[in-house]
Design a protein around this ligand. Structure first.
Ligand SMILES: Cc1ncc(COP(=O)(O)O)c(C=O)c1O
Length: 405
């Protein structure tokens, strides 16, 4: 047996420089407190509280019973890629072929594949802030440089085409955003997307990666994708998946629709990393996409009611600045008016991290600091939970905040 000198053993610089996912970290802290018997309300995780609809589960069971348990093609079952092509035509008025689709183990892996496929060291990716936590870390992991386009609650957390244009350089590879947005819930309107598409006509070297995983949770309007705008489909990658629309977070199924050269590159990467998504899960995804979309519509309606409820409750808290999200299931209030205030134990709330930890300790409500999403004046609350829990958490938050002086 080899003798190892512990002082020479080390982790990679990659992992040492990587931030742990802030959302998963807060959820873990909440779970630990719960395990100690504390009555924690968890508003930190981005996960529908609904169960996967029964007909989707049945399709997976049937596939298992039929012995559908082997490797599938790396880029996904043809049957599923065809169902995705149908979905894109039906819902987004976009024409794709199955070889432009790559099915992965969740949209998170789709983001990783894309960054690994497109970025050389030093290449820049423009990400409008607030952004989904993983974008920043995945770009860094794959050698890219995240370039942030900032926004705040006054402009509904939406940066403009002009702001993005000001950040474009020769090294810009793509722009990456989610709309509806995690964490703000903001949705780019048709006109806002059109302005970005028009601006990009002057920058042929820049692609768009449009994360549309919250597509169906949109309270404002129908969903618009930049891929459907003039000259954009050939330079846009759509990311989507089953997690949010079908309450299938644990199934780990996401996909991209992309120009063929990008889809082929992502397949090449996936072929060396995961070999593709779970076989029987893919069968269930075909059913999810092809069947009646009523369960998805009903879940979106429930999120809409909860959004109105949580806005109404949080707006009553004196110093909170509450946004009015048009989609997803998050609210992103500006809590900066509490910075500098002191808790009963004498500790001072310096920033959103402190406030989020204070709410966990004092109100037993877990939220996520906006710092991880590129906005350190806000906290993110997920309202993917029951109305009773939302009411209880708002009243606990109000009480805890009123104790700051
Ligand atoms: C904006 C955004 N993109 C992608 C994902 C990842 O989804 P999946 O569960 O398919 O990996 C999430 C999950 O929270 C998300 O919020």
């Amino acid at each position: 047996m080899m003798n190892s000198d512990m002082s020479t053993l080390s982790l990679s610089r990659l992992v040492l420089e990587m931030q742990e996912s802030a959302t998963l970290k807060m959820a873990k802290m909440a779970r630990e407190l719960k395990a100690k018997g504390q009555d924690v309300i968890d508003l930190s995780l981005g996960e529908p509280d609904f169960d996967t609809p029964a007909h989707i589960k049945e399709a997976a069971k049937k596939a298992l019973d039929e012995g559908f348990t082997k490797y599938t093609p790396v880029n996904g079952l043809l049957e599923l890629r065809e169902a995705i092509v149908r979905k894109l035509a039906r819902e987004n008025d976009l024409q794709y072929t199955p070889n432009q689709i790559v099915v992965s183990n969740g949209a998170k892996q789709s983001v990783y594949n894309l960054c690994a496929a497109l970025l050389d060291p030093g290449d820049e990716v423009i990400i409008p802030a607030p952004y989904w936590v993983s974008y920043y870390e995945i770009i860094k992991m794959t050698g890219g440089v995240p370039i942030i386009a900032y926004s705040n609650i006054e402009n509904d957390f939406k940066c403009t085409a002009d702001q993005i244009e000001a950040l474009i350089t020769d090294r810009t590879k793509f722009i990456l955003y989610s709309s509806p947005c995690n964490p703000s819930g903001s949705v780019f309107s048709y006109d806002e997307l059109k302005a970005i598409a028009t601006m990009l006509q002057s920058y042929e070297h820049v692609l768009v990666v449009s994360d549309e995983i919250y597509e169906h949770i949109n309270f404002a309007d129908r969903h618009y994708t930049i891929a459907s705008m003039d000259n954009m489909q050939d330079r846009t990658v759509i990311i989507n998946g089953m997690s949010k629309a079908y309450a299938m977070t644990g199934w780990r199924l996401g996909y991209i629709a992309a120009p063929t050269w990008i889809a082929e590159a992502c397949t090449k990467i996936q072929g060396q990393v995961t070999s593709g998504a779970t076989s029987f899960g893919q069968k269930a995804a075909v059913t999810a996409l092809d069947a009646d979309q009523k369960p998805t519509i009903e879940m979106a309606e429930a999120f809409h009611r909860r959004r109105d409820l949580i806005i109404g409750l949080l707006e009553q808290i004196p110093l909170l600045l509450v946004n009015r999200p048009q989609g997803a299931f998050y609210i992103f209030p500006d809590v900066s008016a509490y910075f500098g205030k002191t808790a009963k134990n004498g500790s001072v709330i310096k920033d959103a991290d402190d406030l989020s930890l204070y709410l966990l300790a004092e109100a037993l409500v877990s939220t996520v600091s906006g710092a991880a999403f590129g906005n350190d004046r806000c906290i993110r609350l997920s309202y993917a939970t029951s109305e009773a829990k939302l009411k209880e958490s708002a009243s606990r938050i109000e009480k805890a905040l009123s104790q700051l002086s």
